[in-house]
Design a protein around this ligand. Structure first.
Ligand code: UD1
Ligand code: CA
Length: 516
């Protein structure tokens, strides 16, 4: 099997012809039905992080060796790196076998091949390009990335000779006590001459404690052949950390988050509580934005200069404009315009777009709605499938009744409209510019510009009802004290106010009393 050749682009390691990611292992210690490399941190899968680190090398081809959970991994790959090809390793016979399967699939490789474990989510592009640079400068046949770590448990040890030259990589379970005492470990990242690696792999046996074909044995074989082999120490040992169980995944996630927050704070972002602030590597925050405690910025979220997000706010794939504020809210796939405000306690679902200085206040749910400049939905409302013009106000407890049980319908609200509190706007519906609706109305017909729509029962007051029907209660006593004498049984009153007198609702900013 040969993979399609894509045109090479020059990268910092311009001579890397192919990238191989080893991702066929089961990851038993994760104790999860999800293949290990698909576990997520900082907005990407582990595999996604490795591919992102390798991408700037500009290799012509990238292959990912899949095995355990291959369908899931292949599907994910098509999503995050469609230019990469999945190569199946039918049986997981070891990392060396996986590399051989990949090289078979690649066929001829022009330049070096970078082989990397799929479970190294903290690997950075800079680290890979320095490794490739060191490899090229040394004219080596193979260069392995290494790190000095405090706890090398479980990792392959780098055995060097008296001159500091790398002699072998010895897996911990095959190591004697002296070798186990070595603190320099194999990061599972290798750059080598493709032909030399391929040839050496054909000679690797499985005479080790696990009975597996180890990629690490290639290094010793090349040393025996007298080929130049190098070990390049990573500047930051964290880059080399693998991830084998949920504990390590949580640690890697924390480290990644610390790196992201460091970068943001250096750029002028105010992070009030780094311990409880989580920002994906794919999110971006401008200088002088403030992230309050308990904030999560996920996916492609961006936050503009001077905006305030949090406390306790989650934004996914959301754009927050300059000077906006989002407080104690959950926002997905939405746009919060400059100087707009959201919350506390609101839920903005996909397709919500707030223009400049628009407001969605407390306990409001929105979906697929455009709110025009300066318009407000201050309290306790559901707004779905709608367009709201400029300078309009939606009174408290208004519901955009968008669903008839079968289909969704749209509501169009014009500019400078006043929707009364507790209005049901039954879509499809258009409310013209400057129109009002009376509080408590169920609006089923279009409202022309400038009209007041009233759709509710008239009020009648049954005088003396309390003293007759609730005698002896505190209410009756209070009524009597207020001079509310019992009236005739039949006594009703007609509405005290004329049409238009007390119908209108939320005329002013935040006034939800239904009285104007
Ligand atoms: C490996 C290295 C070890 C290094 C460590 C760094 C070997 C023999 N050892 O150990 O020296 O210190 O990484 O984290 O390589 N894989 C396959 N197919 C297989 C077996 C493994 O694709 O048949 C993949 C795994 O998915 C993984 C990588 O190869 O991404 C390494 O395998 P793993 O079993 O995790 O090796 P470690 O014991 O961690
Ligand atoms: Ca591993």
């Amino acid at each position: 099997m040969s993979l399609p050749q894509t045109p090479p682009t020059a990268g910092p390691g311009g001579d890397v012809g192919a990238v191989v990611v080893l991702a066929a292992g089961q990851g038993t210690r994760m104790r999860s039905a999800t293949p290990k490399v698909l576990h997520r941190l900082g907005g990407r899968s582990m595999l996604g992080h490795v591919l992102a680190a390798a991408a700037p090398l500009g290799a012509a081809r990238t292959v990912v060796v899949v095995g355990s959970g291959r369908e899931m991994v292949t599907e994910h790959l098509a999503d995050v790196a469609p230019e990469a090809a999945a190569v199946v390793q039918e049986q997981q016979l070891g990392s060396g076998h996986a590399a051989a399967v990949a090289l078979d699939a690649l066929g001829e490789v022009s330049g070096a091949v970078l082989i990397v474990n799929g479970d190294a989510p903290l690997l950075r592009a800079e680290t890979l390009s320095t490794l490739v640079q060191a490899h090229r400068d040394a004219g080596a046949a193979l260069t392995v990335l290494t790190a000095e770590v405090a706890d090398p448990t479980g990792l392959g040890r780098i055995v060097r000779d008296g001159d500091g030259g790398v002699r072998a990589i010895v897996e911990e379970r095959d190591a004697d006590p002296a070798t186990r005492a070595i603190a320099e470990v194999n990061a599972g990242v290798y750059v080598g001459d493709a032909a030399a690696v391929r040839e050496a792999l054909s000679r690797v046996g499985a005479a080790n404690d696990q009975g597996e074909i180890y990629l690490t044995d290639v290094l010793g074989l090349l040393v025996s052949d007298g080929r130049p082999v190098g070990g390049h120490r990573a500047d930051d040992a964290a880059d080399t950390l693998g991830c084998n169980d949920q504990r390590e995944l949580a640690d890697r996630r924390r480290t990644l988050n610390d790196r992201v927050l460091d970068r943001l704070m250096r750029a002028g972002v105010v992070v009030v509580d780094p311990m409880t602030t989580w920002v994906d590597v794919t999110a971006d925050v401008a200088a002088e934005a403030v992230l309050q405690p308990g904030t999560q910025l996920l996916g492609a979220t961006t936050v503009g200069a001077g905006a305030v997000v949090g406390p306790d706010t989650t934004l996914l794939d959301t754009e927050v404009g300059e000077g906006a504020s989002v407080v104690r809210s959950h926002v997905t796939l939405s746009v919060v315009g400059p100087a707009a405000s959201v919350g506390p306690f609101s839920y903005l679902r996909p397709g919500t777009e707030l223009a400049r200085a628009a407001k969605v206040g407390a306990f409001v749910e929105t979906k697929n709605v455009q709110v025009g400049e300066g318009s407000k939905v201050p309290h306790l409302s559901y707004v779905g499938d709608a367009t709201i013009g400029r300078g309009s106000n939606v009174g408290a407890a208004t519901v955009f009744v968008n669903y008839d049980g079968v289909a969704k319908h749209r509501t169009e609200i014009g500019d400078h409209v006043r929707i009364g509190s507790d209005t049901m706007l039954v879509a499809p519906l258009t409310v013209g510019d400057g129109a009002y609706t009376a509080a408590g109305s169920v609006i089923t017909e279009d409202v022309p510009p400038g009209a007041m729509a009233v759709a509710r029962a008239h009020q009648r007051n049954v005088a003396g009802w309390v003293s007759r029907r609730r005698p002896g209660t505190p209410s009756a006593e209070a009524a009597a004290a207020a001079g509310g004498a019992p009236a005739d049984d039949a006594a009703d009153t007609r509405p005290a106010q004329s049409e238009g007198g007390r119908h209108a609702a939320t005329a002013g900013d935040d006034d939800h009393q239904g009285r104007r």
